[in-house]
Design a protein around this ligand. Structure first.
Ligand code: ATP
Ligand code: MG
Length: 293
């Protein structure tokens, strides 16, 4: 579904250039639910916006659902944004019209031809996000969490191949975040490919695959342990504290790997050189000034 190779994004301002993405590689398969985590400013939104066709890469290659984002014409891009990807933001204000009902909001972006078809599909989507009982409510009568669920239904209005969400639970309370997250999990169970940026560690621990961006590159990946894959809806699990995932550093095609920040200090380096040794088939990264015993 997504293939990013050596993706680079440079933002030019009057005084300086910002390297927001620095050779990012990522492959996402159809049917996957993937979360992206990373510090503020690490390039998460830049990457998501690029996949959403809202921004163009400076270099590298980006393919989504068989389409090359780099060579797409403006006209093709309009079709792509309407049919291939759906987008949910942290603040749903940009998707919702306050004076229309929930149902009307969901029908609005649909490219289906008849009103009847639109209505049927919209009702189906409202059902999916657990909001059919509020279909006639105006947006300004709904809570933040409810509005966010409507925003998800809107993003799905044209059955996109890929659903993108940038901090969709960023402005709701913990319980609501959990509920919204369950909506994504449920959609994914029904085959929807989803990519979510989140700051919420507890939520990210429920995801089968979490990729971490550091300085514009994927640095590590966490994968849900087999023992937890069938327990996502269980209420007895303390997701915040249990060790549900296994962590891996990501090795790129040039053989580069980032040493986790916590381990950098263990190395206690005084300059930028390390020794790489092998022992019993393992590779060891060592401070060159360390005395070999
Ligand atoms: N339009 C822009 N013009 C100039 N610089 C930008 C622009 N958009 C983003 N940047 C810079 O690119 C870098 C990556 O920004 P980005 O928004 O992708 O980070 P993020 O990981 O989404 O952060 P956050 O968690 O705070 O949302 C930052 O240094 C940011 O200042
Ligand atoms: Mg962001």
């Amino acid at each position: 579904m997504i293939q990013a190779d050596g993706l680079v994004k440079i933002y030019k301002t009057k005084e300086t250039e910002v390297l927001a993405l620095q050779g990012l590689d990522l492959t996402v398969n159809t049917g996957e639910l993937t979360a992206i985590i990373g510090n503020s400013g690490s390039g998460k939104s830049t990457f998501l916006n690029m996949i959403g066709g809202l921004d163009k890469p400076s270099a590298g290659a980006l393919w989504v659902a068989g389409k090359n984002l780099f060579t797409m014409t403006e006209h093709e891009l309009i079709g792509y944004k309407r049919d291939t990807v759906g987008f949910v933001w942290q603040n749903n204000g940009r998707n919702l019209l306050p004076f229309l009902s929930a149902l009307e909001n969901v029908m609005l972006p649909m490219s289906l031809s008849s009103q009847k078809q639109k209505r049927e599909k919209a009702l189906q989507l409202l059902e999916m996000v657990g909001m059919s009982h509020k279909k006639n409510s105006r947006m300004n009568m709904l809570s933040g969490g409810e509005q966010q669920r409507i925003a998800i239904a809107i993003a799905l209005a044209n059955s996109p191949k890929l659903l993108l969400a940038d901090e969709p639970t960023g402005s709701v309370d913990f319980k609501t975040a959990d509920y919204i997250f369950d909506v994504f999990t449920e959609l994914n169970k029904n085959g929807q490919t989803i990519l979510i940026v989140t700051h919420d560690m507890a939520l990210s621990k429920k995801v089968k695959r979490v990729v971490a961006i550091r300085d514009g590159k994927i640095s590590s990946e966490r994968v849900l342990k087999e023992a937890y894959t069938d327990r996502l809806r269980e209420s007895g699990i303390d997701w915040r504290h249990e060790d549900t995932q296994e962590e891996f550093a990501v090795l790129d095609r040039a053989g580069r790997v980032q040493i986790p920040q916590e381990l950098m200090e263990t190395l206690n380096l005084s300059d930028n050189k390390v020794k790489i040794l092998t022992r019993d088939g393992d590779i060891i990264i060592q401070n060159p000034n360390k005395e070999e015993k």
